[in-house]
Design a protein around this ligand. Structure first.
Ligand code: SIN
Length: 357
């Protein structure tokens, strides 16, 4: 069957199509431009057979993740770039520096409104904190992961990705530092930590709670952005100083402290018992390291609360730094960055005393 249109009808039809295309183009131009930098993780994980417990992280390309969430098009113009395809247990200084440099380029690009980073959940809090301390831009930078692989029944990645793009596209997200979103919550990089190995509700900010939530699909922040920012300029460094974490426990001897020094570490973070304590022999070994110029930071394995100076341990006499509210894996990152500038424990302590947000 062929449809014959009269000249006037053709005119009307071409006017309607033209107007429709113009409205579409104008709408697209008005949409925020969001770039998704993909690094791998369970959010890009694939099972051999859907429904199986086993899976491999970091299998699906960023385009597949974007195409799985058509609603993204209603919120933003989204572009994807593959930075890495790894499980986040393999995250390292080199990928961090690559991410940082790309985010800083996108920060300067006036056509870009916000940046999303897809990431494995195992070390998402570490990458977020590293970026929070180093990116120069005030544009939203949002890290997002998933607890279930993309092929799982009830995969949480698509909703988390949609929420991450909503956060990155929202003007009220500017100036809040690097954020992490999963499970309809928004956390700041300094506070957030993984607290459960398998559940979808795995992330908490134990001392402060989340900075925002999604309720009925709407983004809500509890407070206005604020706080002075601790910032490290890394220039063209190819790596970061080596810092080890030593985990304290009952019956602890000096073995791991000494091994960390032999590994070439310029700094050691103690994941101490209680408020950052350790056995006498571990303390003696750490004090000997501090005397030789290794920076020793006392943190706690407890997971929340403060490690303050000179309470149970005489930090002044032993030359130690107290981690304040930073858990060991975050204290390690701040110490790595601090060591790019100084190995004077007093100056390092001053950096730990200043909240990054
Ligand atoms: C990973 O961290 O890459 C694996 C685990 C996850 O993403 O949940």
């Amino acid at each position: 069957m062929s449809i014959r249109l009269k000249q006037a009808e053709r005119w009307v039809l071409s006017l309607v199509i033209g107007a429709w295309l113009l409205i579409g183009a104008a709408g697209a131009a008005e949409q925020p431009q969001i770039v998704i930098l993909a690094t791998g993780g369970t959010i890009a994980g694939q099972q051999k057979k859907p429904g199986e417990a086993g899976y491999v992280a970091g299998q699906l390309a960023v385009k597949v993740l974007i195409d799985a969430v058509p609603e993204l098009r209603e919120i933003a113009q989204v572009k994807g770039e593959q930075i890495a395809s790894i499980g986040s247990q393999d995250m390292n200084d080199q990928v961090w520096l690559k991410l940082l440099r790309r985010i800083d380029e996108l920060g300067k690009d006036q056509t870009v409104d916000g940046i999303v980073v897809t990431h494995g959940t195992d070390t998402i809090e570490e990458t977020a904190f590293f970026l929070d301390l180093t990116v120069a831009t005030d544009k939203p930078v949002v890290l997002v992961g998933a607890m279930r692989p993309a092929t799982a029944r009830g995969a949480d990645g698509p909703l988390n990705l949609l929420n991450a793009v909503k956060i990155a596209a929202a003007p009220e997200s500017h100036g809040r530092g690097v954020l992490v979103t999963l499970n309809e919550e928004i956390h700041n990089a300094r506070e957030v930590t993984k607290t459960n190995t398998t559940e979808v509700e795995a992330f908490k900010s134990p001392d402060t709670g989340p900075v925002g939530v999604f309720a009925a699909d709407h983004l809500h922040y509890y407070h206005a952005p604020g706080g002075e920012r601790l910032h490290f300029e890394l220039g063209d460094r190819a790596d970061l100083p080596r810092v080890e974490i030593v985990y304290a426990h009952a019956n602890m001897d000096a073995g791991l402290v000494n091994a960390s020094a032999q590994s070439g570490a310029k700094g050691v973070v103690l994941a101490g018992v209680g408020d950052g304590n350790m056995s006498q022999s571990a303390m003696d070994a750490l004090a000997a390291l501090a005397k030789q110029g290794t920076v020793v930071v006392r943190s706690s394995r407890v997971g929340s609360g403060w490690v303050s100076r000179n309470v149970e341990v005489d930090d002044d006499a032993l030359g130690f730094v107290a981690s304040q509210d930073l858990i060991p894996q975050k204290a390690r990152i701040l110490l790595q960055l601090a060591l790019t500038q100084t190995s004077d424990p007093a100056k390092v302590q001053a950096m730990f005393d200043r909240p990054s947000r």
